[in-house]
Design a protein. Structure first.
Lengths: 263, 422
């Protein structure tokens, strides 16, 4: 495995180059990030042992002004499609977490022939009145952590959230979290439902749905709704994890994903 | 100097432990628990009576704004209240500051209603075009934060075009698409009522104000001391744009309480000031600073300038904060005898270099009677003494409605743009 590097990739004139995180070699697998923006987590290290991992930033995550050129899900999906072209990818295996899971499912529904396998980890994108998806914007920082993790005090969670020591880096990270959250809110606020439910049946890729059993952000009940919409989808519930099983139960989650990808 | 009696139109009887029991004064204060429609029926009559009193007592203008699901003020439809004032025989300006443009769909509604108000009032309307607070736009009306400013910009273009171009014409915007833009009526003032911008410190809004030669008002409850840096940044932008330093390019909102003596003012008003900062300013940072509402440039500017990108105005321990701190140390509120108030107001006006003072004389829990006392004393003992400010420098208010002729003085011939109403 080689260390993660960030490569700016040109997409289109209206956008700054996408700072794509990359590591490993072999068959490519694309990972789309969650609501609070880019992160390099243990799952990506584990994947990079065997695969070429490509993790682009959400469009607008660094400069929300770019979202003036993105009017909805179709524009989002086309952005990723253009990016995949620029990266020289043909057919891709696609993994998405949380908001990234919603984006991955939307992509797989539109470009159903371009996705090899699809992994959705606690994806957003559906809505049920009996189990409303939580509001992650109107939360204190502690409240946000409680939505992301079953136990925010867990050692792995604390390590994954350690703030940078340098004062300037701290400000940069705070601004980045604001802008990245703004970018996902562009598609999630006020209700994270842009009609994905009616598009799910278009997905042709073999699909694995992974859900943390104690997810307080989006109830594991949604796992069955995704499975009901995608023909042949498998569901894997991870005990001892909330919205972010790849951090909270890294070994089990990584194994489930790697087994499914067959690599 | 123009002084506008500005009404927040809030809920005056919130429980004393409101700020410990509830998350926020805005967006989520539960209506069935807190908002008694019978009480509101009473407040609405008081609100209108207080505005009419201010009209009778000679204030230059009457000020209204728009907020939603907000106990500190829920003037949900400012044009409805403005129409009551517009119907009166008066020469005071009606300052609607304003209609929150991103919340009107399609925004041509604002062009129509402002046109109607301007005709009904005889050209006394100020057309305020605020972007809106993050609570109103994102929280109450469900706009993605990243859409608020683009929607505002587009609505501004649609409305100003509808007032300046002959109709009908087509408008193809990102958010609004209209085949026939042709509002009836157009405003009485030509080409349109003065447009005022209002904001809480967004860098882009200052630039927009100078690009269009609009006047900008900084609306916060921080008091003039804390606002000085923000206003200076606006004036720097004015200078950068090569515009003159006419103080009528700027406005400011200020809470003011007057009594016969400083001691009497403390006795009458301290509790209401504490209620204002405890209850009305009880807004969590995650609502005021919701990601995506401010541009990245404004976020950086605000973090550098004041350590947060939130909504200005809160006080750490409002009920432990004393009169001296509110009025002399932090100066959030200007209060005391008429002499004290005149001195502080003149400081504020000259420090911020403002020509439009939005004076807030009804604070949170103040009832009808105390509000009238405060208003009368201000009108009699303060207003005549601040009116001449900027007079001898010869500045003319180019952003005042033509039909609002109260206290109008002859404009110097070089700037004879303010026409008397017919």
């Amino acid at each position: 495995m080689n260390a993660m590097t960030i490569k700016p990739v040109e997409v289109a004139a209206a956008f700054e180059p996408n700072p794509v995180m990359m590591a490993g070699s072999g068959a490519p697998v694309v990972y789309l990030h969650g609501v609070f923006g880019p992160e390099w987590n243990g799952l990506l290290d584990d994947l990079a042992e065997r695969r070429r991992v490509i993790a682009p930033a959400t469009v607008g995550a660094d400069e929300p002004d770019e979202l003036k050129s993105i009017d909805g899900i179709l524009d989002l999906v086309l952005y990723y499609d253009t990016l995949f072209d620029r990266l020289g990818l043909e057919k891709v295996d696609l993994i998405g977490h949380s908001f990234g899971g919603m984006a991955a499912a939307e992509y797989a529904a539109v470009f159903s022939h371009r996705v090899g396998k699809l992994v959705l980890i606690d994806p957003l994108g559906l809505w049920r009145d009996d189990k409303p998806v939580a509001d992650h914007l109107y939360q204190t920082p502690a409240g946000q952590q409680a939505l992301l993790y079953a136990d925010p005090a867990q050692a792995e969670v604390v390590a994954a959230n350690a703030p940078p020591e340098d004062a300037d880096a701290k400000v940069t990270a705070a601004v980045r979290r604001m802008t990245a959250t703004a970018a996902s809110a562009h598609f999630l606020w006020p209700i994270p439902d842009r009609g994905l439910k009616k598009r799910l049946p278009r997905i042709k890729a073999p699909t694995l749905i992974v859900w943390g059993e104690e997810d307080r952000f989006a109830s594991p009940a949604y796992a069955q709704d995704f499975a009901a919409g995608i023909a042949g989808a498998k569901v894997r519930i991870i005990a001892g994890a909330g919205h972010t099983p790849q951090v909270e139960q890294r070994a089990e989650t990584s194994r489930a994903v790697l087994d499914f990808l067959g690599s | 100097m123009k002084t506008i009696w500005f009404h927040m139109q809030g809920y005056r009887d919130l429980p004393d432990d409101f700020h410990t029991r509830y998350e926020s004064v805005w967006v989520t204060p539960p209506n069935d628990e807190l908002c008694d429609s019978a009480q509101v029926s009473k407040y609405l009559r008081w609100n209108v009576e207080e505005l009419e009193l201010a009209d009778d007592l000679g204030f230059d203008g009457l000020g209204l704004n728009e907020h939603h699901q907000n106990a500190y003020g829920f003037p949900v439809a400012p044009n409805l209240i403005a129409s009551i004032l517009a119907r009166r025989q008066s020469d005071a300006a009606i300052v609607v500051l304003g209609n929150t443009l991103p919340l009107y769909n399609p925004p041509i509604r604002v062009a129509e209603e402002f046109g109607l108000l301007d005709c009904l009032s005889g050209g006394r309307l100020v057309a305020g075009f605020p972007v809106g607070s993050p609570m109103d736009t994102v929280g109450c009306y469900g706009l993605p934060p990243t859409e608020v400013r683009p929607r505002w910009l587009e609505a501004h273009d649609l409305i100003t075009q509808s007032w300046t171009r002959p109709g009908p014409f087509a408008f193809n915007g990102r958010f609004t698409k209209l085949r026939y833009v042709n509002p009836w009526p157009k405003p009485l003032q030509k080409p349109h009522p003065p447009i005022w911008l209002a904001g809480g410190g967004s860098v882009e809004t200052w630039k927009f104000a100078t690009d269009h030669d609009y006047t900008y008002s900084y609306l916060s409850f921080t008091g003039y001391q804390a606002a000085a840096g923000m206003m200076q940044a606006y004036w720097d932008q004015v200078e950068k744009a090569g515009l003159d330093d006419n103080p009528y390019r700027a406005g400011f909102a200020q809470a003011v309480v007057v009594a016969d003596t400083d001691a009497q003012a403390e006795k009458l008003y301290l509790r209401h000031i504490q209620n204002l900062y405890a209850k009305s300013m009880h807004i969590p940072p995650y609502m005021g600073g919701v990601p995506g509402f401010m541009s990245k440039a404004s976020v950086k500017y605000n973090i550098a300038k004041r350590g947060s990108a939130g909504f200005g105005g809160s006080v750490p321990n409002p009920y432990e904060t004393d009169w001296n701190t509110y009025t002399r140390v932090n100066k959030q509120v200007i209060g005391g005898s008429p002499d004290t108030v005149v001195e502080e107001l003149e400081n504020a006006i000259r420090t911020l270099r403002i020509g439009h003072l939005m004076v807030i004389l009804q604070l949170q829990s103040m009832d009808r009677e105390l509000t009238e006392y405060n208003t009368r004393l201000f009108a009699e003992k303060v207003l005549p003494r601040i009116r001449p400010i900027w007079e001898k420098e010869g500045y003319v208010d180019h952003w005042w409605p033509n039909g609002a002729t109260r206290h109008a003085r002859k404009a110097p011939t070089a700037h004879a743009e303010v026409e008397p109403a017919e």
